[in-house]
Ligand binder design. Structure first.
Ligand SMILES: CC(C)(COP(=O)(O)OP(=O)(O)OC[C@H]1O[C@@H](n2cnc3c(N)ncnc32)[C@H](O)[C@@H]1OP(=O)(O)O)[C@@H](O)C(=O)NCCC(=O)NCCS
Length: 177
C-alpha cells in the first residue's frame, strides 16, 4: 500500500472501486450529500467524472480498512486532491466512504489526515480546501477534527434535493512556510 496509517491504508483506485462508487451514488441519501448531478451513473461514467482527480492535476486514493470480523483489508471509500494549482500550491480535498458499515469508526478522519500529510509533505502544497454542503455536519466535523478551519459561508452555491443550499468553505494551511 502507498500510505499507511493505524486504521486505514491508502492505495490506487482498483477497478472494483468505480463499481462501488457507482452503486453508492444510486442511494439517494448518499447522492444528496454530494453536489453531483442526480443522473444514474455507470461505473464507467463515474471513472470518467473522477478522472479530474487523476495525475497530474490531482491524486486519488482508495481507502482500505478491516471491518468487523474481516482480517483482510477491503476498499471502503476514496480520498482525493483535485484542481491542484501548482503555482499557488492550493488544491481541493475530497472524501467519500461508500461503505455504510465503515462510517463513524474514525476511518474518514485518518484517511483525511494521511491525504493532508501527503499534500503538504510530499507535494509541497500550501493550502487544501473543500466546499461542503451546509448541514453535512459529519463531514464538517471530520474536516475540523483534522485541523481544517471554517473560512466562509457561501450563499446558495449548491442545488440539491430541489433546494438551493449554502456551502461551507473550509481550509487547512501548511504550517511549514
Ligand atoms: C463524511 C465521512 C467522510 C466521515 O468519515 P467517517 O469515517 O464516517 O468519520 P469519523 O468516524 O472519522 O468521524 C469524524 C468526526 O466526525 C464526528 N462525527 C461522527 N458522527 C457524527 C455525526 N453523526 N454528526 C456529526 N459529527 C459526527 C466524530 O466525532 C469525529 O470527530 P472527532 O474526531 O472530533 O471525534 C463519511 O461518513 C462519508 O463519506 N459519509 C457519506 C457521504 C458524505 O457525506 N461524503 C462527503 C461528501 S463531501
Amino acid at each position: 500500500m502507498f500510505l499507511k496509517g493505524e486504521k486505514v491504508t491508502l492505495g490506487p483506485m482498483e477497478p472494483e472501486a468505480w463499481k462501488s462508487l457507482a452503486l453508492a451514488h444510486l442511494d439517494k441519501d448518499f447522492d444528496l450529500l454530494t453536489s453531483d448531478d442526480p443522473f444514474p451513473k455507470s461505473a464507467e461514467d463515474i471513472a470518467r467524472i473522477y478522472s479530474k482527480f487523476s495525475y497530474p492535476a490531482g491524486r486519488i486514493f482508495q481507502i482500505f480498512a478491516s471491518i468487523g470480523e474481516e482480517s483482510s483489508t477491503r476498499g471502503i471509500g476514496m480520498v482525493a486532491l483535485n484542481d491542484i494549482d501548482w503555482k499557488n500550491r492550493n488544491a481541493q480535498g475530497h472524501i467519500s466512504i461508500w461503505d455504510k458499515e465503515a462510517r463513524n469508526k474514525g476511518f474518514g478522519n485518518e484517511a483525511m489526515k494521511l491525504m493532508v500529510d501527503y499534500g503538504f509533505n510530499d507535494l509541497g502544497l500550501h493550502r487544501i480546501y473543500s466546499i461542503i454542503i451546509a448541514g453535512n455536519d459529519l463531514v464538517i466535523n471530520t474536516a475540523k477534527s483534522v485541523g481544517f478551519k471554517i473560512e466562509a459561508q457561501m450563499t446558495g452555491c449548491f442545488f440539491v434535493g430541489g433546494r438551493y443550499k449554502n456551502g461551507v468553505l473550509v481550509s487547512i494551511i501548511n504550517p511549514v512556510k
